[in-house]
Each structure stands twice: as structure tokens, then as C-alpha cells.
Design a protein around this ligand. Structure first.
Ligand code: PEP
Ligand code: CO
Length: 463
């Protein structure tokens, strides 16, 4: 998936020895959002089998990504991180995977062209199977069962069998992730991401999109420029492929632990379930299990930060997770909501600036803008997503920092889950194609519109 584009500068082993750490040391810390497995022997045996299987990514790729994130920290790259809120085992199929890739490729083309800088593509896929929830149980008609925590843990169906946390699911999650990555790698190696053929990324159902003309015009401009350059220089290899890295929330620590390995000729430990794990907003407690786990691995790490985050714990998180100020190591994904970002982001930027440490600032304009309609349906309004993103650019510019990326929930499927956007989806439209089992995602048009908006916003700012 990711042939290193830049040399993977391997930082020296830190001189200052940190507190001792082991892949299982998180187990003696308070662990929020974890399922209760009934059978410890069954859990142990699943973890052992998982631990004997090949990892999903390699340490070379992980370190290459870290270098690219370091470039994004310096403002030389823009991070596009996107995919499903929660992958499902059933969606591990040809069409869903290819369509998701098509949207991400089209968005990244818009961004490369408009921002005039390379885009770093990271999918929320090949492992985004575990979800934090607001309660441990769910009650329907007087029956109380464990809440659905994503397919890595249990099933969505409201039956005692489906809702029982089942450790075998970790093995199934690992194999579905491996199949997803295998297909993505094969598509890319086979030429799917070749810039000479942007028509490969067209989605049949959007031919009459209100945005199609703008997009086509841009693609024609790019093709002309590429043709011109290749006439001068001969074929340019970097036009023929676009690398993808993977990410997911490092939530189910039994799964992450089993895939955490030491590798030859590298010091330390790597979580080889994904290139880029993140700590969710609900699991960022300083003494909590998730922070303990993440501090010991050498992957780049992201932390989601919401309106309840305070300056001091944020500064301590930076200290715990990146004591050596390792470039590319730490990304902060803020998700405040359109109504909260103006109040909360400036104070947190200030807190980080006071540490003098480097971070990559990324905006997730999705999770602070989720709302429940009267009908009980969860949605997000495009206008709020847009507003949060626009404010993020302005707030960073005013603070002297820069917004280095976006984190989005999107799909290539023709869904109607978020309201507004180019086709101005209404509340009534949501009933037409609402498929998400968890959070509402942007569809193709809304995603592309957001990419165009990012370009407009940042070119207006730098003009
Ligand atoms: C998510 O990214 O799906 C998620 C649950 O985010 P957060 O931790 O920001 O709420
Ligand atoms: Co979500």
C-alpha cells in the first residue's frame, strides 16, 4: 500500500529511559469503553492465535508515514484522512472498498491541484471495527442487552447471541482487514490510482452531479499539465500511483496488543494492526489504558480532542505520548462542533504553543456536529460541517499555526445520511438511503464539495 516516498528517518533510541512498558501494561490501568468478555480462557486463546498471525502492516511503512506526517507538520503536505465511521464485515466487498477509494482519490486530486502541495492519504479502513459508545447497555421494550461496540466486539442485531462480546470476532476482524488491504494494495499496484486515468474513479451513480462539470474541468487541466510535463521529461513515475495508509481508533486493546510486535533491526515496539492508530475522545484519560498502550508503540499517534479538553491535561498528553518531541509522532484532531470551535480551539492552540512542542493540527468537522432529529435519526448538517472547517482555517491562521489536514467520515455509496450539500438533502431524503449503523457519513457529492471548499478557503487565505 505504501512504498515509502521519503526515507524513513529512524530516530535514535531515546537516551532518557521512559517508565517501563510492555504491550500488556495497559491492563493495570483503568480501561474505558472495553467490552466485558465472559470467558477469560476463550479470550486468551483468541489473543494467542491472533498473536501468531502475520501483522497487517510493516514497520517500514509505519516509519515512512511518520516522516510524511512530519512534513505535514511543517506545512509541506496536507493530510486527508477519511472513511467509514464503522466498517462492517458485510461491507468488506469489492464495490464498497473500490468506491471508497474512488472518492478519496478524487478528493485528493482536487486538493493536490488546489492546494499546490502533496496530499497524504490515510483511510479509516482495514480495522475501523470497534466503536466507543455512550452507555454500556441498551434497553428496548424492557429488555436490556450489552450495547453494540462494533463488529470487532459483537453484532448489531438486538439479540443476546449477537450482543455477546465474542473474542473470535478479533480473528474475523483481522482477516477482513487483511482482505481489505490486499485489495487496496492490488488495485493501486495494478494502476487504479494512475493519474493518467482519473476516469477509473468515476462513480456510475453521480454522472449528473451538480459538481461534475467543475470536477471534469479540473481533471482536464491536470491532464493537460501532465501531458506537457511528460513531453518534456518522459513518463513520471509518481503520476502512476498514489499511496494509501491505514488508520483506525485504537480502542479494543486486546486486539491491538496481539498485533503489537518487535521487529528485526528496529528498537522498540510497533502496533502492526494499522499504520496510524488514534486515541478517541472518550479514552484519552491521562492514566487510562489507551494512553498507556499508545505511549509505548512507535507508530505515529493521533488524539481526538473535544470541547471538554483542558489545557493542562492536553500538555500532559503531549509529554506522555511524545516526550522526545519526535517529528511526525503526534497529531491532534480537534472536533469541537461549529458552535464550539471559536471558544475552545484558540485556548488549546495556546496551550500547545506554550509547550513549544510540534504537533500536526487536523480538523474533524464531523463528530462535534452530530444531532438527533425528532424521528430519532442521527444526522449532521453540511452547513455546520462546512462552518467548523472554515473556522478552523481562520483560527489557526490567526494563532500563527496551520491546519494541516482533515478527518472525515465518508463513503462512496449513494447514501443520504448528512443533510444539505450540493443536492440540499432534506430531512425527508434521509429515509431514502440511510445505511450507517453508527454515525452519518458524507456521500460522494458532499465529500467532493468539501474538498473544493477546502481549496477555496486556503487559496483565499494565502492570496
Ligand atoms: C469516531 O471517530 O468515530 C469517534 C467516535 O470520534 P470521537 O472520539 O472524536 O468522538
Ligand atoms: Co463516528
Amino acid at each position: 500500500m505504501a512504498v515509502p516516498e521519503v526515507s524513513s528517518r529512524t530516530p535514535l533510541r531515546p537516551v532518557r529511559e521512559a517508565r517501563p512498558w510492555k504491550a500488556e501494561s495497559w491492563q493495570s490501568h483503568p480501561a474505558a469503553q472495553m467490552p466485558h468478555y465472559e470467558d477469560a480462557v476463550e479470550l486468551q486463546s483468541a489473543m494467542q492465535r491472533l498473536g501468531a498471525l502475520p501483522p497487517l502492516v510493516t514497520s517500514w511503512e509505519v516509519l515512512a508515514l511518520k516522516s510524511l506526517l512530519a512534513e505535514a507538520q511543517q506545512g509541506k503536505r496536507f493530510l486527508l484522512q477519511g472513511g467509514d465511521c464503522a466498517e462492517t464485515f458485510a461491507d468488506c466487498n469489492n464495490e464498497v472498498i473500490a468506491n471508497r477509494l474512488k472518492v478519496l482519490l478524487q478528493m485528493s486530486l482536487v486538493l493536490v491541484h488546489g492546494l499546490r502541495m502533496p496530499v497524504l492519504r490515510v483511510g479509516r479502513f482495514a480495522g475501523q471495527y470497534a466503536k466507543p459508545r455512550s452507555a454500556d447497555t441498551e434497553t428496548v421494550d424492557g429488555v436490556t442487552l450489552p450495547v453494540y461496540r462494533g463488529e470487532l466486539v459483537n453484532g448489531a442485531e438486538f439479540t443476546p447471541e449477537a450482543r455477546r462480546p465474542d473474542p473470535q470476532r478479533m480473528l474475523e476482524g483481522h482477516s477482513r482487514s487483511a482482505m481489505t488491504m490486499n485489495f487496496v494494495r492490488a488495485l493501486i499496484d495494478g494502476g487504479f490510482a494512475d493519474l493518467h486515468h482519473p476516469e477509473y474513479w468515476n462513480l456510475a451513480w453521480v454522472e449528473r452531479s451538480p459538481l461534475a462539470a467543475d470536477y471534469r474541468q479540473m481533471v482536464e487541466g491536470i491532464s493537460g499539465a501532465m501531458h506537457f510535463m511528460e513531453t518534456l521529461t518522459g513518463p513520471i513515475a509518481s503520476f502512476q500511483r498514489a499511496d494509501f495508509y491505514t488508520s483506525h481508533e485504537a480502542l479494543l486493546l486486546h486486539y491491538e496488543q496481539a498485533l503489537t510486535r518487535q521487529v528485526p533491526r528496529q528498537w522498540g515496539w510497533f502496533d502492526l494492526s494499522t499504520h496510524f492508530p488514534w486515541i478517541g475522545m472518550r479514552t484519552a484519560a491521562l492514566d487510562g489504558a489507551h494512553v498507556e498502550f499508545c505511549r509505548g508503540i512507535r507508530n505515529p499517534i493521533a488524539i481526538k480532542i473535544g470541547p471538554a479538553m483542558h489545557a493542562e491535561p492536553l500538555q500532559q498528553l503531549i509529554e506522555i505520548l511524545n516526550p522526545d518531541d519526535d517529528p511526525g509522532r503526534l497529531t491532534l484532531i480537534h472536533r469541537m462542533g461549529a458552535g464550539g470551535i471559536g471558544q475552545h480551539l484558540p485556548r488549546l492552540i495556546e496551550a500547545v504553543q506554550a509547550t513549544g512542542r510540534r504537533v500536526l493540527w487536523v480538523c474533524d468537522p464531523m463528530h462535534g456536529n452530530t444531532e438527533k432529529l425528532g424521528t430519532g435519526i442521527k444526522t449532521r448538517r453540511f452547513a455546520n460541517i462546512r462552518s467548523e472547517l472554515e473556522q478552523a482555517f481562520d483560527i489557526h491562521a490567526a494563532a500563527g499555526t496551520h491546519l494541516g489536514g482533515v478527518h472525515l467520515e465518508l463513503t462512496g455509496e449513494d447514501v443520504t445520511e448528512c443533510m444539505g450539500g450540493a443536492r440540499d438533502l432534506s430531512e425527508a431524503d434521509l429515509a431514502r438511503a440511510y445505511k450507517s449503523t453508527v454515525d452519518p457519513r458524507l456521500n460522494y457529492e458532499q465529500s467532493l464539495e468539501l474538498a473544493m471548499l477546502i481549496v477555496r478557503k486556503s487559496t483565499v487565505r494565502t492570496r
